[in-house]
Write a protein that binds this ligand. Structure first.
Ligand code: HEM
Length: 333
């Protein structure tokens, strides 16, 4: 066998493995301090601003739901080419500069090695742990995407029903249980009035507030936001979890069980037959929520642009085809 033939055989046999594998400690040999560098940047920023956990969780979600976790949400628009940042749901995504800062430090330590997609994933993990949430291992080795098209941003909206929202989650290989668990991210952070104002007065043309919202909360939010036709200001926000807004805990589920969900989707989660039992389960099981949240975030972070089950079978199929081809040209006996 010539050297080039042996090389071709090796390439054919190894290619699917290389392309398919994310693994914990991917940068151990190429950039051993990578995870440490990210953690330090996040710790420093968290000391000044505890809201970064919310910002990073939302950024991670919006990144992963559009063509997989590939950092396409970070790409800046140019004068001629818009990017995901221009899409309406991304206009309130925050802290992009924090990822830029970590990337800059990583480039100084090990140029061209660590992807921004991995930085977002690691930064989210670290900020969740800092806010009292679970710590979990993050497989790394993601590559950054080059496509960032605002028209592809199709994240669910706050007035979606549970079944409409579920369609978005199943489209990326996540389950109903994953969805209920991941919405637990609304245990931190804020929502702008625009996203729930319709619930405060003339809800669905009834002339009254949303009857599923606690009346005390209605009047409090009404005095904060005004009405849709007469908003007080456009940039006002309220905490999604008004009891422990900076802590990753199961309080969100207790809130929505008592009619204190801020957005319609939050409240629906507690009321819909398909999700109500998961919600009361988490409301009564703080540790169970932490474990499931870590697991659901890990599953979200594995999303690579096609549903998880499709991704696995795609690579299985590619493996089989390459092995067949390798065998047909004599690489295998
Ligand atoms: C049906 C699914 C979801 C809908 C409809 C939804 C919708 C929204 C909306 C409209 C906001 C308010 C944004 C603003 O006013 O700036 C928000 C905030 C937030 N969302 Fe979601 N979301 C969903 C799922 C998720 C998931 C899966 C995560 C993360 C795993 C997440 C994390 C957050 C966080 C942390 C905030 C607060 C952001 C901040 O403080 O800047 N959401 N969400």
């Amino acid at each position: 066998m010539t050297n080039s033939f042996v090389f071709l055989c090796l390439l054919l046999l190894l290619l699917p493995l290389v392309a398919a594998q994310l693994r914990v400690g991917f940068y151990n040999s190429t950039c051993p301090r990578a995870e440490l560098i990210v953690r330090k940047v996040i710790q420093e920023r968290f000391r000044d601003n505890r809201t970064i956990t919310a910002a990073l969780l939302r950024m991670h979600f919006h990144d992963c739901f559009v063509r997989g976790c590939d950092a396409s949400v970070l790409i800046d628009p140019t004068k001629t080419t818009p990017s995901e940042k221009d899409a309406v749901p991304n206009q309130t995504v925050r802290e992009f500069h924090l990822i830029d800062k970590a990337k800059k430090k990583l480039e100084a330590a090990c140029p061209g090695i660590v992807s921004c997609a991995d930085i977002i994933t690691l930064a989210t993990r670290d900020s969740v742990a800092l806010a009292g949430g679970p710590n979990y291992s993050v497989p790394t080795g993601r590559r950054d995407g080059l496509i960032s098209d605002p028209n592809l941003v199709d994240v669910p909206g706050p007035t979606f029903s549970v079944s409409e929202a579920l369609q978005s989650f199943t489209a990326v290989g996540l389950t109903l249980f994953d969805m209920v668990t991941l919405l637990g991210a609304h245990t931190v952070g804020v929502a702008h009035c625009d996203f729930f104002q319709d619930r405060l007065s003339d809800f669905e043309g009834t002339g009254k507030p949303d009857p599923t919202m606690d009346p005390a909360l209605v009047s409090n939010l009404f005095s904060l936001c005004g009405t849709q036709s007469r908003p007080l200001k456009h940039d006002l926000t309220t905490f999604l979890d008004r009891t422990t807004p900076f802590i990753v805990d199961n309080q969100y589920y207790n809130d929505i069980l008592s009619g204190r969900g801020i957005m319609q989707i939050d409240q629906e989660l507690a009321l819909d037959d398909s999700t109500a039992s998961f919600v009361s389960g988490f409301a009564n099981d703080a540790l169970g929520f932490q474990l499931s949240f870590a697991n659901a975030l890990s599953r979200l972070a594995l999303h690579r642009g096609v549903p998880l089950h499709l991704w696995h079978s795609m690579f299985l199929e590619l493996d089989i085809q390459l092995l067949r081809f390798a065998s047909s040209i004599g690489c295998l006996i």
